[in-house]
Design a protein around this ligand. Structure first.
Ligand code: FES
Length: 197
């Protein structure tokens, strides 16, 4: 009986030790994974220098202030835009001529060897393309000279209305040069396309 009691006692002690060991190993050996993305974000935040101005679209940084700043900028720009808008209305003249008020002018395209009628609400470039010619162009807004041509009859502005050409100076205009992408005919003329000053 004494032997049995010793064995039983030993087993009991052993099982108790194992249970205690397991209990502690489970309780202290395992930890939840830390939020790595937050860690990365924190590290990144440390490397980014602080700025005084709110980042656009970032509502978390003084959202109201950011919005106010944008709104303030917007107001200033808005005023310019309004002015610009008025200019646009003034400038939109030639392209906005309604179809029943359109006038046509005979224009000779010297290189192409043909005379065609151009509407005064379309640019020389557009009308030439509509006719099937592959005329040169790049920006199509008067800010390069890729589409330039030379009117043979005299100062170009006697024959076309330029809608916001930004490249030709008065001397070049007087020599007949025009930017065909923004030039609307106002009289009959001859033009050599693909000719820049
Ligand atoms: S295509 Fe650039 S000015 Fe006409």
């Amino acid at each position: 009986m004494a032997e049995i009691n010793v064995v039983g006692l030993s087993m009991g002690v052993l099982l108790t030790l194992i249970a205690v060991a397991l209990h502690y190993s489970k309780g202290t050996g395992w930890q939840s994974t830390q939020d790595i993305s937050q860690e990365v974000l924190d590290r990144r935040a440390e490397t980014v220098p602080e700025t005084d101005f709110p980042e656009p679209m970032n509502r978390s940084i003084g959202g109201g202030a950011a919005a106010a700043a944008v709104a303030a900028g917007g107001t200033a720009d808005g005023a310019e835009l309004e002015e610009g808008g008025e200019e646009t209305v003034e400038e939109s003249g030639p392209a906005d001529i309604p179809e029943d008020e359109v006038e046509y002018f005979e224009v000779e395209f010297v290189k192409e060897g043909e005379t065609i009628e151009l509407a005064n609400n379309k640019t020389i470039l557009e009308s030439g393309e509509d006719h099937g010619w592959d005329l040169p162009y790049a920006c199509r807004q008067g800010s390069c000279v890729s589409c330039a041509g030379q009117i043979q009859d005299g100062p170009s502005e006697e024959y076309v209305v330029h809608d916001n050409q930004q490249m030709l100076d008065d001397g070049e205009l007087d020599d007949g040069y025009t930017l065909t992408c923004v030039a609307y005919p106002r009289a009959a003329f001859s033009i050599e396309t693909g000719k820049a000053p």
